[in-house]
Ligand binder design. Structure first.
Ligand SMILES: C[S@@+](CC[C@H](N)C(=O)[O-])C[C@H]1O[C@@H](n2cnc3c(N)ncnc32)[C@H](O)[C@@H]1O
Length: 390
């Protein structure tokens, strides 16, 4: 019988690596804890949605996917309405965003839905009935032609290094096996000079005892994204900060977080493979890496601004007035929509657009007339406030 305290195969793999090579970087620990095919968190858990550990914007309400479809329509038009039009969604998770985008694309008319060639990419297995192409990979498949690489809350799930300032020097945090079981952190010389180089390039010097994260993984991923399409756009949605805020004294304990059963935790070494691990994204470096890869900037705004300019308020008003909805249905749908634009939560996420050989102005968050009824939350989405009142 397995229980909460029975070690997973991911836990065993971390131990094997430490036994053979000594303490490992946090990035390697996180890679195994989240992505080890046998017992890694994303490989084995029902992570998403009502019965999972956390929810993301697509899970909050399908209007997110509907509005993302409108964003893709604007980009498709800016590229001259090509067919096929590749949409590569990296980090597709449980496929909810893909399903909602594809459902709404059909309502947008003008040949858009027929042009869309959707590829969902994720190391996870797709659900058996997923209706589009699914590539099990951590890379970005090169599809060529015109299109968009889209990623919602992908960068925050990429393995990262942890560093600290100790004795006036930058040191890296490594993961070691504790003699009495469990894992401990030990500090040592950085595993790569790229960590100090990253902080130097940002003009960041950490104060003594500061512990934080440096995520190098997006650099290679952005280079692959650039190569994946001949022309088009990259659209990133995630939560995080500019480097000056990320490495501010107010965050001297870092931004690493764990999620299990919709509960926030701070100990990544508990239940290895049974809880999600993520950190805020440091956008200054992401932007620089995207530009170094070859992209040009094509706009940036908060998620609330983006969804409002795409028309979320119109959808909300329509649901508020729609006849035939029960009180509970209406309340759950309106709450899901409000969550998406809540400035203290998801509404504060950042939306970053980049262009490759494509018009960079006037493509992000363009308002379009509402051409279809607002979609309603279904079984995949969060049943906000849907419990009967007592
Ligand atoms: C926080 S979840 C977000 C899922 C989905 N985008 C959403 O918004 O619901 C992160 C997802 O990214 C996937 N992932 C992590 N690294 C990846 C990579 N390099 N390429 C593709 N997917 C990746 C994980 O397996 C997981 O499904």
């Amino acid at each position: 019988m397995t229980g909460l305290f029975t070690p997973t195969e991911a836990d065993a793999e971390v131990r094997r690596r430490i036994a053979s090579r000594g303490p490992i970087t946090f990035a390697e620990f996180m890679e195994v804890a989240l992505y080890w095919p046998d017992g890694g968190y994303y490989a084995s858990r029902r992570s998403f949605g009502p019965l999972g550990d956390f929810y993301t914007a697509p899970l909050a309400h399908p209007v997110f996917g509907a509005l993302a479809a409108r964003q893709l329509l604007t980009m498709w038009r800016a590229l001259g309405s090509p067919a096929p039009f590749a949409v590569i969604e990296a980090g597709a998770g449980d496929g909810t965003l893909a399903l909602d985008v594809l459902a709404h694309a059909a309502a947008l008319g003008g040949g858009f839905a027929d042009a869309v060639a959707y590829t969902a990419v994720d190391p996870r297995e797709p659900s058996p009935d997923f209706p589009a192409r699914w590539v099990r990979s951590g890379g970005v498949p090169a599809v060529g032609g015109s299109g968009v690489v889209l990623a919602n809350e992908l960068l925050d799930a990429m393995p990262l290094h942890r560093v600290t300032q100790e004795g006036g020097r930058l040191r890296e945090l490594f993961v070691d096996a504790a003699p009495e079981g469990g894992f401990i952190e030990v500090t040592g010389e950085s595993s790569t000079s790229a960590l100090a180089e990253r902080l130097d390039s940002l003009g960041v010097t950490l104060s003594e005892g500061f512990r934080t994260e440096v995520c190098l993984a997006p650099d290679a991923w952005l280079t692959e994204s650039f190569a994946a399409i001949e022309r088009g756009y990259l659209l990133l949605i995630d939560y995080g900060h500019e480097a000056s805020v990320y490495y501010d004294e107010s965050r001297r304990a870092g931004t690493l977080r764990c999620y299990s059963g919709h509960t926030l935790g701070m100990n990544p070494y508990f239940g290895v493979g049974r809880q999600d691990i993520s950190a805020h994204v440091e956008f200054t470096s992401v932007r620089s890496a995207a530009i170094a890869a070859g992209f040009t900037e094509a706009g940036e705004m908060s998620q609330a601004e983006w969804l409002r300019s795409l028309g979320i308020d119109g959808y909300r008003a329509e649901i508020a007035e729609r006849s035939g909805l029960s009180h509970i249905e209406r309340r759950a749908n309106l709450h899901g929509i409000d969550v998406l634009v809540d400035g203290e939560g998801m509404g504060g996420f950042r939306v970053l657009a980049f262009a490759k050989d494509a018009p960079a102005d006037g493509v992000l968050g363009v308002s379009l007339p509402q051409s279809a009824p607002a979609p309603l939350a279904g079984a995949r989405h969060m049943p906000f406030g849907a419990a009967p009142l007592r």
